[in-house]
Every structure is written in structure tokens, then in C-alpha cells.
Design a binder for this molecule. Structure first.
Ligand code: GLN
Length: 195
């Protein structure tokens, strides 16, 4: 399995390392040609406006959308989730626009710029997940085919739509590999079906 980690801006090294720890082949994506031969893509946290701008500048929007339309799994964390969303509250722009969710940026208030909390995410098991939130977005609304995986104080913070997985927080910054492993399972199932 070969996972591409979008490396235009943000915390891509940590994602790459997590996938490698789990035994997957992980490569960084900076140019169109880097997309050749990948089975899935991860979009890291960082600054969604910058990531979106660079995606346009490097002509990566359409090639990624095409692959997603053919069923390529995508894992977005924090800014990565914003990049995936079909709608961003109060803004006219969207970036990849591949997931049927509306997200609100920086939604946890100033005094809570960054914090860590234990989240219940039943799909990865009973043990709570140590979630790091940094100027995090939350999900305001989801379409009918989107499954809510976790909430924090009544706000949706983890969602899945078929083989698209998006989180408000940063699983790559903790020692817990379960969400990366969960994503790799989605990729495995997808490649098994495609064969
Ligand atoms: N606040 C950032 C944004 O709106 C996301 C922060 C993050 O990825 N840690 O893009």
C-alpha cells in the first residue's frame, strides 16, 4: 500500500512517519507526478487557506478530484478536513470540495486555541483517543451519507463518508496510531474491491 501525504504546508512529516510505523509505504506529494501509483492521500493540518492556494498553484485540485471520483480514499486532519469540505461557514471559497460536510474554522474560541482531550471514537475501540486540537475547526452540518464518528461538547469532530475520513484534531501528534490504522483498513478494503 502506498500512501501519499500532501506536503505543500503543515504537519506532513508526522503523518508520513505514522504510516511508516504501521508498515505502509508513505511518500510526499508536492507535484502532479507524485500522485502516480498512490492508493490513498492524507491531507495534514496547517493553514487551509495556504494549502488551498498551493493546491491551485500546483494544479493539483483536478487530478486529486478525479482520483477521489474513482474511489481513492482521503484522510484529512484539521486544515486537511477544511480542504476536503464542500462548504466552509461564512466563506465563499472551498478547496477540494469532496466531502458532504460544512465546517467552521477556528471554532473553539481564543482561550481554547489549543488543548488536548480524551475522545470517545467507538469505531476504533473502547479506549478514549488522546485528541490534540489546535485552532481547530468543527463540523456544523453533515449530508445524509456522512457518518459521525465522534463529538466533543456536542460538536462534531470526526466524520466518515464511505472512504473519506476527516478529523478536527491532530492524530499524528500523539502516540496513538489507531486512527491511522483505521484509515489503512479503509484503503485495504478499497484495494481489495478494486482488484
Ligand atoms: N485554523 C487552521 C485553518 O483554518 C487549521 C489549524 C490546524 O490545522 N491546526 O486552516
Amino acid at each position: 500500500m502506498k500512501i501519499g501525504v500532501l506536503a505543500l504546508q503543515g504537519a506532513f512529516r508526522e503523518h508520513k512517519q505514522k504510516f511508516q510505523e504501521l508498515g505502509a509505504d508513505a511518500v510526499v506529494i508536492k507535484l502532479q507526478r507524485d500522485l502516480e501509483g498512490i492508493d490513498a492521500i492524507a491531507i495534514p493540518g496547517g493553514e487551509s487557506t495556504s494549502i488551498g492556494k498551493l493546491l491551485r498553484q500546483y494544479d493539483l485540485i483536478e487530478p486529486i478530484r478525479e482520483r477521489v471520483a474513482q474511489g481513492m480514499p482521503v484522510f484529512g486532519t484539521c486544515a486537511g478536513m477544511i480542504v476536503m469540505a464542500n462548504r466552509i461557514t461564512g466563506e465563499d471559497v472551498t478547496h477540494l470540495g469532496i466531502m458532504d460536510v460544512e465546517v467552521r474554522r477556528n471554532s473553539f474560541g481564543r482561550q481554547r486555541e489549543s488543548f488536548e482531550t480524551d475522545l470517545d471514537i467507538p469505531v476504533i475501540g473502547e479506549e478514549p483517543f488522546p485528541a490534540v486540537f489546535i485552532r481547530a475547526p468543527h463540523i456544523e452540518a453533515v449530508g445524509p451519507s456522512v457518518k459521525v464518528l465522534s463529538t466533543y461538547n456536542d460538536r462534531i469532530v470526526a466524520v466518515q463518508q464511505d472512504n473519506l475520513l476527516a478529523l478536527s484534531f491532530h492524530p499524528e501528534l500523539t502516540g496513538d496510531n489507531r486512527l491511522h490504522a483505521y484509515f489503512l483498513e479503509l484503503v485495504k478494503q478499497k484495494s481489495a474491491v478494486g482488484r
